[in-house]
Design a protein around this ligand. Structure first.
Ligand SMILES: NC(=O)c1ccc[n+]([C@@H]2O[C@H](COP(=O)([O-])OP(=O)(O)OC[C@H]3O[C@@H](n4cnc5c(N)ncnc54)[C@H](OP(=O)(O)O)[C@@H]3O)[C@@H](O)[C@H]2O)c1
Length: 422
């Protein structure tokens, strides 16, 4: 791996430790950074899995690695850490609270950054850094985890050869999944009323679960009810595909879709009311600068942090199966065409670590797939075909990309995503 050094911020977290473990297996030099470096330990080796042996897990760190102190809220400590690395993998979440200062520091230091965000607010904030990153050739790569990177890349593959894309739908399902503390906080952050949807070429606010629809997924999921949620793909896919409509859904129990719709509307209400009150007081609340809005966000974060601490840690013994379905409707050589791709696999956290590390190594060796710096989508950081070709053979994740054209050949093409909600 030449003379490159990769940094991992948030090295003590569930994902950060697995990222360090993948780096330890590579030939790369790496530096883990944490608020309390003494708490760092590589993850314990997992039991062998059905369908393949687990990736070997190193038991102790090599001399190619180091653990240092750094805090996302302390710019000096960040600068000292970034000064020693060529690329930083940011695993310190939730990103809406911690992500932007790290991206700003990486840009100032001229260091590429890859994150695993799933929060629209943070990803939208990053866009203000695009001009500076493009100018200096620095890559700020958002959302390089299972959630987003796989669907973003699958959408790019499915859309190849289509000249005008009317709509893209992404549906995700996971079974028996236990989330980490920061993931729970990130999820709560996402549902509190700041969601953006893309419809007819425009971005507009939308509440969680304002619509749901059915997807015919593979086993073990089958025909599933999926509710709309503010996925980051809504922001990343339009960075590389001119799709008029992009909608993201998550599998929910069928009986929950109606209650979730009401809960989503209720969750969105406080911030809307705060925006309206700021607007009336002349504070321009829609930009997030109003006093009522800021105060409310602070309260919501306290609740979110408390709620995020409840619940256990992810289980590495029984890795959860997942499916990501991507459907694209666009103009091909024979008129309007439907393209469907399903990505199936297991162990979302372990696979996220593989995705972000392999993308980091690729980026350092070959540069970004899109050939320029900037705030990039996963499919712009690495070539989507290359990403799946390195992930599919890995033991323990059972990753498989299934083309759905055959399955849907005899069925009517679906309506444009977003036009047939229940
Ligand atoms: N998109 C995807 O597919 C995907 C996949 C995996 C993870 N993620 C995201 O990645 C993030 C991390 O996940 P996780 O599983 O590692 O969560 P986690 O186990 O709760 O770990 C959070 C990490 O952030 C660190 N941290 C918190 N505040 C910090 C600060 N001020 N400065 C530096 N580090 C700080 C924590 O350090 P301490 O040990 O000091 O508390 C810990 O190392 C979450 O936002 C999650 O949603 C996304």
């Amino acid at each position: 791996m030449g003379g490159h050094t990769i940094g991992v911020l948030g090295a003590t977290g569930h994902t950060g430790r697995r990222v360090c473990s993948v780096l330890e297996r590579s030939e790369c030099r790496w530096i883990g950074a944490a608020r309390a470096p003494s708490r760092f330990a590589l993850p314990a080796p997992a039991a062998p899995r059905r369908g393949g042996s687990a990736q070997p897990v190193p038991r102790s760190r090599s001399t190619r690695s180091e653990i240092v102190a750094a805090d996302a809220t302390d710019r000096d400590s960040l600068d000292r850490f970034l000064d020693r690395v060529d690329l930083v993998i940011n695993c310190a979440g939730p990103y809406t609270e911690l992500g932007l200062p790290v991206a700003q520091a990486a840009l100032s230091a001229g260091v590429h950054l890859l994150d695993l965000s799933g929060e629209q607010v943070y990803v939208r904030e990053c866009e203000q850094l695009d001009e500076g990153a493009s100018r200096s050739g620095v890559v700020l790569g958002n959302a390089m985890g299972v959630e987003v990177a796989l669907s973003d890349c699958a959408a790019a593959l499915a859309a190849r050869g289509l000249s005008a894309i009317e709509g893209i739908r992404v549906a995700g399902a996971v079974s028996g999944f236990r989330t980490s503390r920061a993931s729970r906080m990130s999820a709560l952050e996402a549902i509190w009323g700041e969601g953006v949807r893309r419809t007819g070429g425009r971005f507009e606010r939308a509440a969680v679960a304002h619509e749901s629809r059915q997807f015919d997924l593979h086993a073990p999921f089958g025909v599933s009810t999926c509710a709309w949620y503010p996925g980051v793909e809504i922001l990343t896919i339009p960075r590389h595909l001119s799709a008029a409509t992009v909608a993201t859904y998550i599998r929910v129990p069928a009986v929950a879709s109606a209650p979730l719709k009401w809960m989503g509307a209720a969750a969105a209400l406080p911030l809307r009311l705060a925006s309206a009150s700021d607007h009336m007081a002349g504070f321009g609340g829609n930009g997030g600068s109003g006093m009522a809005r800021k105060g409310l966000r602070r309260c919501l974060r306290l609740v979110r942090n408390a709620a995020g601490r409840l619940g256990g840690e992810p289980c590495t013994e029984r890795p959860s199966p997942f499916e990501i379905r991507v459907e694209v409707l666009g103009r091909g050589t024979s008129g309007i065409e439907y393209r469907g791709v399903s990505v199936l696999g297991r162990d979302p956290y372990g696979l996220s670590a593989e995705i972000v590390v392999r993308s980091a190594l690729r980026l350092l060796e070959h540069g970004p797939a899109v050939g320029r710096g900037g705030v990039l989508a996963p499919a712009q950081v690495v070539d989507p075909g290359w990403l799946f070709s390195v992930l599919e053979p890995l033991d323990g994740y059972d990753l498989e990309v299934r083309d759905l054209e055959e399955r849907n050949r005899d069925s009517q093409p679906p309506q444009a995503p977003g036009s047939e909600s229940r």
